[in-house]
Design a protein around this ligand. Structure first.
Ligand code: ZN
Length: 81
């Protein structure tokens, strides 16, 4: 049996025996799976937020030009009056 590959933040390696396919002991295997489960939705949320911000940044000039097109005729009309 090999030793668990988990390293503590202090720098010490876990002394428990590893389960063959993963290389981690039972306790740390569960932690790893838990971290994976927690990580993926947050990454998705993060990338969605970044994509949304980029979309808004690209849309702002577009909205401003549209506003300019629709706001110009009344502005000109006011100048004439
Ligand atoms: Zn362990």
């Amino acid at each position: 049996m090999a030793r668990c590959l988990h390293m503590y933040k202090s720098g010490f390696q876990c002394i428990d025996d590893s389960i063959e396919p993963t290389g981690f002991c039972e306790a740390h295997q569960n932690i790893l799976e838990f971290e994976k489960l927690q990580e993926s939705p947050w990454r998705k949320v993060f990338f969605r937020v970044v994509a949304l911000v980029l979309l808004i940044l690209f849309l702002i000039p577009f909205v401003w030009t549209l506003k300019g097109l629709y706001m110009e005729p009344p502005a000109k009309a006011q100048e004439v009056w």
